[in-house]
Design a protein around this ligand. Structure first.
Ligand code: GTP
Ligand code: MG
Length: 290
């Protein structure tokens, strides 16, 4: 089985940083996750990409030679990739039984306006490739903390991404290490965590009653019906609840990875591995090794 996780979310949400943190976390668990770069403008990598779109096409060249702006250029790069999928197949060919983390650019038009990423996803699922796919969507925690309307906008874009990709998607609230309590505390220590719990908890579990109260407090009464309609939409898609992501905390990374694994039923089809040496091995217990 082959697995691929699309890492999506708005520009600057922490996608590339999350990829690096998860890969290094996996290494501590003796698991290998390969990094795939789908951003034709990316420059610095913490991990050498196993597949890099820049080996096929580079945004800088497109902008220079075809006189595109950065966003039009990005769309052009993806159309080029989709017209050259045999290149991708060849690049992916050497991986078996593997787990890819696909770092995507943040532009929403790749998901919704022109469904380029959904087409790529279908390609990976089909034919010889037969990947099991899931996605994560990162939304910055400060987004939610600072402004309820921004949180609504974030949830709507997460929903739109999920509906257009059409695969299991996990929403992560990123940069939790930066969250400050309402009284301006650092968020460190039990007191700080408790304050954060109150403030951000309603977003993580999306308590829609509280969310509506918050939004109504901040908006002109003539928008209250609209707030209610949006909250109903969030409720109907109860899938949009956020898992906190704190890349400085190994427990948080463990939890996120196991949720992603669960979305793809990772490992459920694996054959149990036989112990390498049943006779001479020390299995650290006195049970029967059968
Ligand atoms: N404190 C903190 N900073 C973070 C975290 N994740 C990302 N950052 C910072 O946020 C900025 C953007 O992070 P990236 O990982 O490049 O974000 P991205 O989503 O890949 O951005 P694009 O590829 O441009 O869409 C960088 O300055 C990171 O150092 C985090 O978990 N905690
Ligand atoms: Mg990035």
């Amino acid at each position: 089985m082959r697995y691929a996780v699309f890492v999506t979310g708005p520009a600057g949400a922490g996608k590339s940083t999350f990829c690096s943190a998860l890969i290094s976390h996996a290494q501590t668990m003796k698991r290998t996750i390969h990094y795939v770069n789908l951003d034709p403008a990316a420059t610095n990598f913490d991990y050498q990409p196993a597949v890099d779109i820049k080996d096929l096409i580079n945004l800088e060249d497109v902008m220079e030679e075809l006189e595109f702006g950065p966003n039009g250029g990005l769309v052009y790069c993806f159309e080029y990739l989709l017209n050259n999928l045999d290149w991708l197949d060849e690049e992916l060919g050497s991986f078996e039984d593997d787990y890819l983390l696909i770092d995507c650019p943040g532009q929403i038009e790749l998901y919704t306006h022109i469904p380029l990423l959904p087409r790529l996803l279908s390609h990976l699922q089909s034919g010889n490739l037969q990947f099991r796919i899931s996605a994560v969507y990162l939304l910055e925690s400060q987004f939610a903390q600072a402004d309820k309307a921004k949180f609504f906008a974030g949830v709507m874009s997460a929903m739109s991404c999920m509906l257009s990709l059409g695969c299991g998607m996990l929403c992560l609230m990123s940069k939790m290490d930066l969250i400050k309590g309402p009284a301006g505390g650092t968020g460190k220590g039990p007191q700080g965590r408790k304050k954060i719990g109150k403030e951000i908890g309603r977003y993580l579990d999306t308590d829609t009653t509280l969310l509506l109260e918050d939004a109504n407090k901040q908006t002109n009464p003539r928008f209250h019906a609209l707030n209610q309609a949006i909250v109903n939409l969030i409720e109907d898609h109860s899938i949009v609840s956020f898992l906190p992501l704190d890349i400085t905390n190994e427990d948080s990374l463990t939890s996120v990875l196991s949720h992603i694994d669960h979305t793809m039923q990772y490992g459920e089809d694996e054959e149990p591995k036989a112990p390498e040496d049943l006779d001479g091995g020390d299995f650290g217990g006195d049970g029967d090794a059968e």
